[in-house]
Design a protein around this ligand. Structure first.
Ligand code: VAH
Length: 314
């Protein structure tokens, strides 16, 4: 059976549904600190920083694969740095130790473009750039990448990882990230409200459509182990764009849509991140290829969010 931690998060909630479709409702255990209303399937309240609680659930549910999505993200993480480190690292150590002790077949660990600092090539940032992250979240992910590589090398634990760019989807809301503006902008457009952007118009960041992010995760987890040449974390990218570019992409469908730029503390975080990512290792090792560009994503986001808000209106 499969365990998903952080299953109510932006990525975790969509990944859980995909895993349920693939493996069956009764073979996937969703877990988090709180439960989504109207959640369909098996759910358990697990604080992943509690080793015994995690171990008990893994044994009781005969878990063979773990997707460890629970973490505090970049923006929220800056509000209480040492707590962010504690939560992100303790939960990872528990997942790695429980997996090692109980012979879990495969573990997925999400990393992020937040592991890069502003001292690397920021256009087509290479897989093997040095990592000097500017946020505690990024520090915890860079350290986590080395830990998962250690557990693979020392214990043979099959842990796999992707450095996600900003993820944009219609199915869920992000929480506490620096790329969250790129989801919120679509909601404001469909609700015909003006949008206030917390990043400057020209802030280019690597992004990926949710459906591509989910497919990348599954393709990596399904790849034969011998194909995996990166046991820290793979660079993966879908596209790159600025707030101005996504605004113009939306304006094609909403000519009256308005935007205001009011950068806040998240601008400094974004300024330390890559503008675009070189994901040639993922392409080479497990044939990664994105399917969505900005305009195609915009068309789907608008269509799906219109249906969502119309449903609510009725
Ligand atoms: C964040 N959405 O903003 C996450 C992600 C690359 C961004 O790590 O923190």
């Amino acid at each position: 059976n499969i365990l998903v931690t952080g299953a109510t998060g932006q990525l975790g909630s969509v990944l859980t549904k995909m895993l349920q479709r693939k493996h069956g409702l009764n073979n996937v255990i969703a877990s988090d600190l709180k439960k989504q209303e109207h959640f369909e399937g098996l759910f358990e309240f697990i604080d992943v920083t509690d080793f015994d609680a995690l171990q008990e659930s893994v044994l009781k549910n005969e878990i063979t694969e773990i997707y460890h999505l629970a973490a505090i993200l970049s923006a929220n993480g800056e509000k209480n740095p040492l707590n962010t480190w504690d939560v992100n690292m303790k939960s990872l150590f528990n997942v790695l130790e429980v997996s090692r002790i109980h012979g879990i077949n495969k573990v997925f660990y999400p990393s992020s473009i937040a592991v890069f600092g502003d001292n690397v090539k920021r256009v087509a940032t290479p897989q093997s750039s040095n990592l000097t992250p500017s946020t505690v979240y990024g520090i915890s992910k860079a350290s986590g990448e080395n830990w998962v590589n250690y557990y693979y090398t020392k214990y043979g634990l099959d842990v796999r990882s992707i450095r996600y760019p900003g993820i944009i989807g219609y199915q869920s809301m992000p929480s506490g990230g620096t790329t969250d503006y790129a989801v919120d902008i679509y909601h404001k457009a469909v609700k015909q409200e003006p949008f206030e952007c917390f990043l400057e118009a020209s802030t280019e960041l690597p992004m990926i459509f949710m459906d591509d992010a989910i497919r990348a995760t599954i393709e990596l987890m399904n790849a034969p182990s011998e194909a995996i040449s990166v046991r820290t974390s793979y660079n993966v990218s879908g596209m790159s764009f600025t707030p101005k570019q996504v605004f113009h992409s939306i304006q094609k469908l909403y000519p009256d849509f308005e935007i205001k730029y009011k950068p806040d503390f998240r601008q400094d975080i974004a300024n330390s991140w890559p503008k675009s990512i070189d994901d040639s290792f993922a392409k080479k090792d497990w044939r990664w290829k994105p399917e969505y560009d900005l305009d195609r994503m915009t068309t789907i986001m608008i269509k799906k969010l219109r249906a969502h808000y119309n449903a609510i209106k009725i």
